[in-house]
Design a protein around this ligand. Structure first.
Ligand code: DHE
Length: 540
């Protein structure tokens, strides 16, 4: 074995047996194949498996493990998916691309460059400075009921007027936008792309548009703002997957102020080089953000009252933290440690872990759903990617201590593959989707539970059939129920292929009947929808 023209000694070989073995028999690739592999890995694989391929929601894909499986087996797995929850890729990748990806993951991972303050400053653009922005709302739209809708495959968000169901603007954003979050005032929408591009949209403009933009890394998922009294609209925070870090910015300009690495030690006491920032949420009762670090399982409470002398409380929970939301009182934050099959509960008042709750396989709450159960008092709900139930957890240690932080009920779903559940304080329904289920009928349908009678089986509504869209090869996945400001309508995206028609189906929450189907050639691959009022006030 030769490296840099030298024969490696037996001692060196013994010290690095796995890496050397992996490189020794990895299939060779042309430069063009490597480029394709790198691009597809970032777009389709890194989210679950990590840039360094150490594994999180998805399995470890380091060459030592991939070489054991070999080219044919890897091609089959990528094509058809696995029982473990990996979806099939044969409908979105060509045969050649699948062959390339099977080769790519048997080779050593590419390590992307770091992205520091200098890079951020160079990417930061102030398009409309604060002093040139309107001093009052210049359009006639009911801003509280605007929905910021992710158009996943076009790198855009559609701002839709919830009253008229008309598109107000389509705004160019980062690649495969992930989430939108609101400033405390509800004036600004923050949109983060998977490519780490963060855009600030001013809803007061006659035609709402991006007023500032920055790149905070090369792979990102989360953003939030400061919501505590005295800090309203003052700061924004965004977390990245690569490099593993978070950045605090000026709220109305996105000027980066403070960069903090999240590399460190897991709850098992081992160093991890890629602890990615998963969900971030802003406390209403303290000047604090809850920053959830995926691979380490450490939850950081970041006190933003003095960012020059930044204080962090590190709460040990469980590995593979992902998404989560507040309980109804907004004191407790519940976050899925998804590949550990647990929900971690943080008491943000006391700054401590309140509980680790065991659940069925791969909990995936989105932000979850809160309601008062007729038998168990206040509960928070999560669905699961790997099980066909919605889990209800008691959340009231003060008045219902016997149920607090316990799974009090599991509601049967029409299949596994759930991503999001949703209800609203004014609603008597709980909606749950199943877009990751491999069966068309299941993925195109949602389950609706009657909160007054949770013993009753849910109503299963096939959203795709209601939309009247033409037949398509790709499944029209019904995804992400979101309420209107008043809580009387539920909006559900139909997420089809990039070249196929998609839609948003609006249902009347009481009658569960279709009110409107929002169709527009520009509505390409709609997924997440964020109602301004509900997102601003964490209503779910
Ligand atoms: Fe998401 C939230 C990460 C795939 C739609 N997603 C989140 C959050 C994280 C995350 C960390 C929480 C952000 C927060 O609250 O601050 N998502 C990831 C991944 O790593 C993963 C598994 C793979 C990837 O490559 O990105 C992934 N997510 C998806 C999708 O494929 C979805 C279904 C479609 C899409 O648009 O990409 C998707 N994720 C969403 C949505 C939310 C979200 C709609 C916000 C839910 C909410 O109501 O707050």
């Amino acid at each position: 074995m030769r490296r840099a023209g030298k024969v490696l000694s037996a001692a060196v070989l013994a010290a690095f047996p796995l890496a050397v073995a992996a490189q020794a028999s990895a299939p060779s690739m042309t430069a063009a194949e490597k480029e394709t592999g790198k691009r597809i890995y970032f777009e389709r694989c890194a989210g679950c498996h990590g840039v360094l391929r150490k594994g999180a929601t998805g399995k470890n894909l380091e060459p030592v493990n991939m070489l054991k499986l070999g080219q044919n087996r890897l091609e089959t797995i990528i094509s058809l998916g696995t029982d473990g929850g990996m979806v099939n890729f044969d409908d979105i990748m060509s045969k050649e691309e699948i062959t390339t990806m099977a080769k790519y993951i048997q080779n050593q991972p590419d390590v992307p460059p770091e992205f520091g303050m200098k890079d951020m400053m160079a990417s930061w653009k102030m398009i409309v400075p604060p002093e040139k922005r309107p001093t009052k709302q210049m359009n006639k739209v009911n801003l509280k009921n605007v929905f910021s809708v992710t158009l996943r495959d076009t790198g855009e968000v559609a701002l839709i007027d919830g009253d008229t169901k008309k598109i107000v603007s389509i705004v160019k954003t980062g690649y495969a936008v992930h989430i939108s979050r609101l400033s405390y005032s509800g004036r600004y929408v923050y949109v983060i792309g998977r490519d780490g591009k963060l855009d600030l949209i001013d809803l007061w403009m006659e035609q709402p548009a991006v007023v500032a933009t920055i790149k905070i890394g090369s792979d990102a998922r989360s953003v939030d703002t400061s919501k505590f009294k005295g800090f309203e609209d003052k700061y924004a925070i965004a977390g990245s997957y690569w490099p593993p870090q978070y950045v605090i910015m000026e709220g109305n300009t996105l000027k980066p102020l403070k960069l903090v690495s999240t590399r460190g030690i897991t709850v098992d006491g081992e160093y991890h080089p890629e602890p990615r920032v998963a969900s971030i949420v802003s406390s209403h009762i303290k000047p604090e953000w809850v920053v959830n670090i995926k691979e380490t399982g450490q939850i950081r409470l970041v006190d933003y009252s003095d960012i020059k002398n930044l204080k962090e409380t590190t709460i040990e929970s469980a590995k593979f933290l992902h998404d989560g939301g507040w309980d109804a009182s907004k004191r407790y934050f519940l976050v899925a440690a998804n590949a550990s099959n647990k929900i971690a509960v943080v008491d943000t008042k006391d700054g401590k872990l309140a509980a680790l709750v065991d659940t069925k396989k791969i909990p995936h709450p989105g932000r979850g759903a809160n309601f008062t159960h007729p038998k168990f008092g206040p509960v928070w709900a999560t669905g699961h990617l790997g099980a066909d139930v919605v889990t209800l957890i008691g959340t009231d240690p003060q008045k219902n201590p016997q149920h607090a932080w316990k799974v009090v009920q599991e509601l049967k779903m029409h299949g596994a593959g759930n991503l999001f559940v949703k209800t609203h304080p004014k609603s008597a329904n709980l909606w749950a989707d199943a877009p990751q289920n491999p069966e068309r009928d299941v993925a195109e349908s949602v389950a609706v539970y009657d909160l007054k009678n949770l013993e009753k089986a849910p109503e299963i509504i096939n959203i795709a059939k209601l939309a009247g869209l033409p037949e398509s090869k790709a499944i029209k996945r019904a995804v992400h129920p979101e309420y209107s400001e008043k809580g009387d309508e539920v909006w559900i995206s139909l997420w089809a292929g990039k070249t196929e028609p998609s839609a948003i189906v609006v249902l009347d929450d009481k009658t569960r009947k279709v009110k409107t189907v929002i169709k527009d050639p520009k509505l390409i691959t709609p997924t997440g929808k964020f109602n301004v009022w509900n997102t601003q006030h964490d209503i779910y």
